[in-house]
Ligand binder design. Structure first.
Ligand code: FAD
Ligand code: NAP
Length: 336
């Protein structure tokens, strides 16, 4: 087991930040995790693709970089195929694999950065689909006891960008494998979100395949979202808030154009990007940190920013949004 305390974290997080740490350890299999536990290395944090973390200060912990790979079919019937995926596989690699095997269900989640193991953490979602739609179960190792545990869907408490792993089981488990139940054809496609249908129509595709949907999503994402390889970011910094219908109606009398999406008979979701843009932050640059010029929900490192700078900007935005709209927005990104 190699422990590397000197290695820079710049390549290990999509904000492109670096802070001191006790040592980075690559984990290729479950035995490597047990070695760490047997050696008594603590405290530890688990690192996937680093696309949902903000490093704000030195870390007094070991970092376990998940590299557990493999995509294997473990069961199938005439309707579906159950695949078990090593948690260190890049998520988009799994999407590509599913397309190449003509298995549907996760095509709307194309091009989301990060690892498969982190997908259940915040129940990744995009274009009207969340990973829980195909989630079957996951295998994890408890970091204090070393006990192997299986979590089925009902155990995970999935919600909008939420799971049990962000709450009562936070930082307690190393997710090693995730199983997804993918659909054999025919499969109901989700096209009524964002620009998917418009893109397919523009390409004159009346009967799209899962490959067509994936390509449309990739086209939309690459045209709208900043590439972390070019400008550091962690995607949406904040979650979209859910507010009461009463609160929304009051806001609407002042802000006629405020968008909303129904959540229940009494609540609506308001896009946090709209709130941040309306608060005047879109495209703002402060020092080396900033708000993306096309998507106000994405905070960026223009080069040389510290995590503290980015976090301070995020907290200013949060304060301004609560003052202006009475809505308390919460970070989606994990702040370390
Ligand atoms: P990391 O950032 O490495 O870790 C995130 C958290 O999960 C940490 O707390 C970490 O300790 C924990 N963790 C990671 N792996 C494990 C494991 N194996 N076991 C236990 N805990 C673990 N998210 C969406 O939901 N939808 C999107 O459309 C989307 N688009 C994005 C676009 C861009 C450009 C970027 C940069 C990010 C986007 N994200 C999106 C956010 C991010 O990609 C996801 O949250 C992703 O799942 C994070 O994966 P990761 O491996 O990088 O996790
Ligand atoms: P968008 O299409 O411009 O839409 C803005 C916001 O409105 C989104 O956050 C989305 O909420 C919501 N929305 C749009 N159409 C909706 C509908 N029909 N029903 C319910 N809500 C709707 O957003 P975007 O920034 O280009 O992102 C597109 C998709 O990719 C979104 O699903 C977004 O969540 C996802 N994405 C996520 C991240 C991340 O880091 N989490 C980063 C980039 C993109 P939802 O976010 O709830 O879908």
């Amino acid at each position: 087991m190699k422990i590397n305390p000197a290695i820079s974290l710049v390549q290990y997080n999509t904000f492109g930040l670096s802070v001191a740490h006790k040592g980075l350890i690559h984990i290729h299999n479950e035995d490597h995790i047990y070695e760490v536990l047997t050696e008594g290395l603590a405290p530890i944090k688990i690192l996937g693709g680093g696309s949902n973390i903000l490093l704000t200060g030195d870390l007094d912990c070991y970092l376990l970089h998940n590299q557990i790979k493999g995509i294997n079919i473990v069961d199938e019937d005439e309707h579906s195929t159950l695949v078990e995926v090593g948690a260190g596989e890049p998520w988009h690699q799994l999407v590509l694999w599913s397309l190449s095997h003509d298995l549907g269900g996760i095509e709307n989640l194309s091009l989301i950065p990060g690892s498969v193991g982190a997908a259940p953490m915040q129940n990744i979602g995009a274009y009207g689909v969340e990973q829980e739609a195909c989630f079957h179960s996951l295998r994890a190792i408890h970091l204090e006891t070393g006990v192997r545990t299986v979590f089925y869907k009902d155990d995970c408490q999935f919600g909008y960008r939420e799971s049990i792993f962000k709450h009562e089981s936070k930082d307690q488990y190393f997710i090693t494998h995730v199983c997804y139940l993918l659909h054999k054809k025919p499969h109901v496609l989700h096209l009524d979100y964002g620009a998917i249908r418009a893109v397919l129509e523009a390409k004159a595709i009346p009967y799209p395949t899962i490959q067509d949907v994936s390509t449309a999503v990739i086209d939309i994402r690459t045209s709208k979202l900043p590439d972390p390889k070019v400008v550091g970011n962690a995607g949406s910094f904040f979650k979209n808030p859910v507010i009461s219908l009463d609160h929304f109606e009051k806001l609407k009398s002042t802000y006629q154009g405020i968008p909303s999406y129904p959540v229940s008979t009494t609540e609506v979701k308001v896009p946090a990007g709209w709130l941040i843009e309306s608060a005047g932050y879109k495209g703002m640059k402060r020092g080396h940190a900033g708000v993306h010029k096309d998507q106000a929900l994405v905070l960026v490192n223009h080069g040389g920013a510290t995590g503290k700078e980015i976090y301070a900007l995020a907290m200013d935005i949060k304060c301004q949004v609560v003052t202006q709209f009475g809505i308390d927005i919460s970070p989606e990104v994990n702040v370390w």
